[in-house]
Write a protein that binds this ligand. Structure first.
Ligand code: NAD
Length: 302
């Protein structure tokens, strides 16, 4: 007997992010025309981690193409906490700067929590300051971390109301897993957080209507971990060998195999990654509007 299989809908994060970028650029233009203000984003890079270099370059390029000001600050890998704090204090006080992002990871000798805590919460466009973490957790207006926010936007665009769906988040980092779970909870999902110590991970995943993988292990999520018709969001970015000395990027999900089972899935690259930068631009615009008491008209936060 012949069976017909429907492939999962491929969620196009790149196109969606381009749409957000366009909206942000229009709002920035209006802000400049009506109020004479240009939003500014400062990015701090400590050391020369090659992946971080690429992220910082991309962020700066897109900030400028949205019509905002980009300020890049590079410090040596040996920079001490005092030097980084002094730089942040200057950015906190700088009226041209509405958003501050410290590129992670920081060198091992630096206390990352202390550095993130030194950023003015009103300029904390990554949403990692304890105040924003607490506001997000208690369902109040906050600057929300960009990657989970981007995932939530893709899910809302696809499904509308998420109430009652069972979401399984693999990963419990402060950057992705935990805030992702908070946002899904705020959206009335039933949320399970799985992590490196969870037992029977494939079984947990098979119960998910929405499965979010934020682990950092190449193609860990297999087709038989996925409930037929589920939506799979792949946050992972892993560089693997592709033969002949070349490398390629893959996610935490075996995309080709999972696409034969899932209802919808994000590819890597072209899924969550572009959404992260789009949400960073939107957060910077919003931080700028809030600092000036101007109505926020591109507010993406839930
Ligand atoms: P992390 O290393 O801080 O956290 C990984 C999490 O995965 C941990 O909570 C850990 O408990 C869990 N984990 C590890 N091994 C596991 C296993 N075998 N089974 C179940 N859980 C396991 O990483 P992170 O910062 O949360 O990032 C996760 C991935 O997302 C990485 O690949 C990272 O590059 C990527 N990322 C992508 C974006 C983006 O813009 N798309 C942004 C941030 C992170």
């Amino acid at each position: 007997m012949l069976t017909t299989r429907t492939m999962a809908h491929r969620i196009d994060g790149k196109a969606f992010a381009a749409g957000i970028g366009g909206e942000v650029a229009k709002a920035v233009h209006r802000l400049r025309q009506e109020y004479g203000v240009t939003p500014g984003l400062a990015v701090v890079l400590v050391g020369n981690d090659p992946a971080s270099e690429v992220y910082v370059r991309n962020k700066a390029r897109q900030t400028v193409s949205a019509g905002m000001q980009s300020f890049e600050h590079r410090l040596e890998a040996s920079a001490g906490e005092g030097e980084i704090r002094a730089l942040i204090a200057g950015l906190n006080a700088d009226e041209r700067v509405h958003g501050i992002l410290v590129q992670l990871p920081l060198p091992a000798h630096v206390d990352a929590e202390a550095i993130l805590g030194a950023i003015d919460p009103a300029k904390d466009v990554d949403g990692f300051h304890p105040l924003n973490v607490g506001l997000t957790a208690s369902g109040q207006k906050a600057l929300v971390p960009c990657t989970p926010l981007g995932c939530l936007m893709l899910l809302r665009d696809l499904h509308g109301d998420l109430s009652g769906r069972h979401a399984v988040v693999i990963g419990r980092s402060n950057i992705v897993g935990k805030p992702m779970a908070q946002l899904l909870l705020r959206s009335n999902c039933t949320v399970t957080i799985a992590h490196s110590r969870s037992e029977n991970l494939p079984d947990l995943c098979r119960r998910a209507d929405i499965l979010i993988a934020a682990v950092g292990r190449p193609e860990m999520v297999k087709a038989d971990w996925v409930k037929p018709g589920a939506t799979v969001i792949d946050v992972g970015i892993n560089r693997i060998a592709a033969g002949e000395g070349k490398t390629r990027l893959v996610g935490d999900v075996d995309f080709a195999a999972v696409s034969e089972v899932a209802g919808a899935a994000t590819p890597v690259p072209g899924g969550v990654g572009p959404m992260t930068i789009a949400c960073l631009l939107a957060n910077t615009l919003n931080a700028c509007c809030r600092s000036l008491g101007i109505p926020v008209n591109a507010d993406l936060t839930p």
